[in-house]
Design a protein around this ligand. Structure first.
Ligand code: CAA
Length: 421
């Protein structure tokens, strides 16, 4: 690439990114090079948490990226979160989620917490002292997030939570678990409330740690609540019935983070594949010289770049306070489908070695799969996108005159009723 093209690209990034964005990205890059690339395989095989990398991220202030300055964060926002998560995921996709889940678990407090709740938890999250989880899913309530059965009953001075949660990422390591429970089973729209559960609350326990295909570095737990007592001040926002809205609003804000995991995973897989292709020789030359491999690499690069800018756009919209319900679903769906495709193709470029666990690329493919499933399956994302499109169609009246109206004489409703009786 010539100097002119390089500087043009720099200009585009300058328009989008502030110095603070670039600063957090550089810090994340430093952590990734020092603690993720060299240790990703080790933690994957041992199913062990990369504490060293998380401490380094905390020391550099990266856990305060999405937290407003008035609560101890750096206020770099959702775009900052996306840039950091992309850098991490490029080196180790499982660390991308280990980091981003802190945003997923604390965004409910930012969006819906009382002033006291924000003061109590957010500065600790920003310093990396309070690790978070988001407990929405249950055995029988995954995509149907409104169909929860974990319940919270009003008791003297607080609430008693009972039931089990499934697939709580970071569940066994989290200090703060935002738990969604049914407080009004008869209500349709105000059925659910969110509670700020702390790991030492009596009645809260880890039931099981999941054995997973990928993202093995981060623990995913089945959690159990047996008369788990939380005082009234742990009800998110101080009012019951807002839980479903809080969960949906949180997911809108957090999905750019999971989308950024997709971009990082794709970018990391692509870099490994191109590096391998330029070193692996067959038929007397590096396989990167063969057009079939070049075609694969070119497609992988286009898809990754398209996903990247969709994610940046969505994250920037979130920071601007624009509704991102549709674009967050698009970014999550497109970027994570891209991650799966690019990681699968990268394994193909590695050939037989790609299938072997002593090469780094197999892990990218295993880690990529969950991206299409968690934080809303990509089927749910398509449903959200389509619902938005249908709503927007109501504003397309100006197109009506260009769509011919067909007419045909047919039976009237009355005639049909008479014919059927
Ligand atoms: N923001 C604010 N309010 C919203 C909203 C949003 N984005 N989406 C919906 N709502 C409101 C609606 O306005 C409606 O309010 P009213 O009743 O007052 O009208 C109410 O919520 C119900 O909305 P819907 O009728 O659209 O709800 P639905 O039952 O049809 O469900 C859904 C919609 C999009 C499928 C939703 O259930 C969903 O997102 N499911 C996926 C859940 C999910 O992402 N789970 C992943 C959990 S996190 C995770 O993966 C774990 C981890 O640790 C990483």
């Amino acid at each position: 690439m010539g100097t002119l093209e390089k500087s043009k690209m720099q200009d585009l990034q300058d328009i989008i990114f502030t110095d603070t964005h670039k600063e957090v990205r550089a810090k994340a890059h430093e952590v990734a090079r020092k603690y993720l690339l060299p240790q990703a395989a080790k933690h994957d095989h041992a199913h062990s948490y990369n504490e060293e990398a998380m401490s380094a991220a905390a020391e550099l202030g990266l856990l305060g990226t999405w937290i407003p300055p008035e609560y101890g964060g750096t206020g770099v926002g959702i775009l900052g979160l996306a840039l950091v998560v992309e850098e991490f995921s490029k080196a180790d996709p499982s660390f991308g989620v280990a980091f981003a889940v802190n945003a997923l678990g604390s965004i409910p407090v930012i969006m819906g917490g009382t002033e006291e709740q924000k003061q109590k938890y957010l500065p600790g999250v920003a310093r990396g002292e309070i690790s978070c989880a988001f407990a929405l899913s249950e055995k029988f309530a995954g995509s149907d997030a409104g169909g929860l059965s974990v319940k919270a009953d009003k008791v003297d001075g607080g609430w008693a939570i009972n039931g089990e949660k499934k697939w709580t990422t970071n569940g066994s390591r989290a200090d703060l678990i935002t738990c969604f429970a049914v407080t009004d089973p008869k209500s349709r729209s105000r059925r659910i409330s969110a509670f700020l559960v702390e790991k030492d609350d009596p009645g809260f326990a880890i039931k099981k740690l999941e054995d997973k295909m990928g993202i093995r570095m981060v623990p995913v737990a089945e959690t159990e609540y047996k008369d788990c007592y939380v005082s009234d001040d742990r009800l998110l926002g101080g009012r019951p019935g807002l839980g479903f809205k809080h969960s949906m609003m949180t997911l809108d804000w957090a999905r750019p983070g999971v989308a950024a995991q997709g971009v990082g995973t794709a970018a990391g897989a692509l870099e490994l594949a191109t590096t391998y292709a330029t070193r692996r020789k067959q038929f007397g030359q590096p396989i990167a010289g063969f057009q079939m491999i070049q075609s694969m690499l070119a497609d992988m690069a286009q898809q990754t770049e398209a996903a990247r800018w969709l994610v940046y756009m969505c994250a920037a919209q979130a920071d601007a306070g624009v509704s991102v319900n549709k674009t967050a679903a698009m970014a999550k769906c497109f970027a994570t489908d891209t991650a799966m495709k690019v990681a699968t193709d990268a394994v193909q470029v590695f050939g037989g070695y790609g299938f072997m666990e002593d090469y780094p690329i197999a892990k990218f493919m295993r880690d990529a799969k969950i991206l299409q499933i968690y934080e809303g399956t990509n089927q749910v994302q398509r449903l959200v996108i389509a619902r938005n499109l249908v709503k927007e169609a109501a504003t397309h009246d100006y197109l009506g005159e260009f769509i011919p109206q067909e007419h045909q004489e047919t039976f009237t409703e009355q005639e049909l009723v008479t014919a059927n009786t």
